[in-house]
Design a protein around this ligand. Sequence first.
Ligand code: ATP
Length: 490
Amino acid sequence: MSEEVFKKVVSHAKEYGFVFPSSEIYEGLGAVYDYGQNGAELKNNLRQYWWKSMVQMHENIVGIDAAIFMHPKVWKASGHIDGFSDPMIDNKDSKKRYRADQLLEDKIERYNKDGKTQKAEELQAAMDQALLDNNLAELKNLIEKHEIACPVSGTRTWTDVRQFNLMFSTEMGAMAGGEADKVYLRPETAQGIFVNFLNVQKTGRMKVPFGIAQTGKAFRNEIIARQFIMRMREFEQMEMQFFVRPGTQKEWYAYWKEARMKWHHKLGFGPEKYRFHDHVKLAHYADAAVDIEFDFPFGFKEMEGIHSRTDFDLRNHGELSGKKLQYFDAELDENGKAYGNYIPYVIETSIGLDRLFLATMCAAYKEEEVGEGDKKDTRVVLALPPALAPIKLAVFPLTKRDGLPEIARNIIDDLKFDFNCFYEEKDAIGKRYRRQDALGTPFCITIDHESLTTNTVTIRYRDTMVQERIGIDQIKALVSEAVSWKNLLA
Ligand code: ATP
């Protein structure tokens, strides 16, 4: 898929009520977006797919919902106050700020496009090394050496590279003021899980290995915010921390890597759309890390991270809080001795809900040639897995008269407890079908005059556009089966 199709997906998202720029009447707010009536449904369904697969499908994983505000010491212990930053560089002429590594990444991409693969490889290696060493001077040196110019001013007058912390802060309390009252908007949901480790383990009587899952908002003051909802300043994460015995983290890391890839494949968009990308530069807390990348229209990019986080977080929180964040393992090892007290190791799976949403929209968006001769036309269809569709069933009376709307309403009144239904009586039937195709609605039902005497309706299938006659009493079973979560979870 090309950049051009990506533009179409973005305008489709707006036109059909999936995603709007935040505060649009005031010209929007950078890298902040709102989900519209259909977007909220799709997002909700994606969240549910994740939640059910983690919590409902695993006896040893439970879910929590921690607050966005946390004690400021949390971010000290987690390393975010000292280390959660990006290397930034400013162009002196345009006054625009860039992430130094992204300027270099763009250059590498350009070298590759121009067939200069050796240059691309050399620059990649030099950049990776500079990032590993946290060598900011070398990053600037590479930008100058490779003659990278500011995309806005076109000049190469750069400031030094500096680290810029990505956390948003605010003040808490009526008398707020100064450093003492500073609180942060969480930049990841994971810490809400770590600080509740003992609460959940004890009250849930959880036994290692076990997991705690959570979905929720996270905030990062991203400098370069582009590609629509790919990189936002306010976004949603779905994270799961899996606590294991020290020494077993490699096996569990392999297990979750495979499990998460399978989960993506289940969506049915094709395995070629996904790939693993191992991290060269490991975050301060990790002993192994891999991304699941998705083939977005602008290239393969990270959608989910799987990190072996060691005991870094629990250990640091234990030290800073003075509370023992340990687990007593009564099971016996091969020598017949209890494992005893230890700080569990952690495998984390972390996916951005908004990126998953974007990937889903891009993969599901299709333009198809339909009809023949002067009836030739293009139809836009969102080929979403039925369980994810915002609307499962649209019900149309052919006309507004003769008792047809009443039959349609009765069908909806019977089915609305089980799934999202939609009623519409305006416009020609063909037009109504097309609008539902564009929203991803898997089934449309039309009530005509025959329905009055035979208790039958026409059902039309989104993907094949096939229409057939079925009894009104068959609708529920047919739709329920098709939209069942079992199709994605089993
Ligand atoms: P990136 O390298 O793209 O900035 P990251 O490695 O910092 O991402 P993590 O900290 O591992 O990301 O966060 C886990 C997941 O959260 C990512 O895989 C991504 O899906 C999502 N995510 C992170 N930052 C953003 C953002 N600014 N907007 C939307 N989603 C995000």
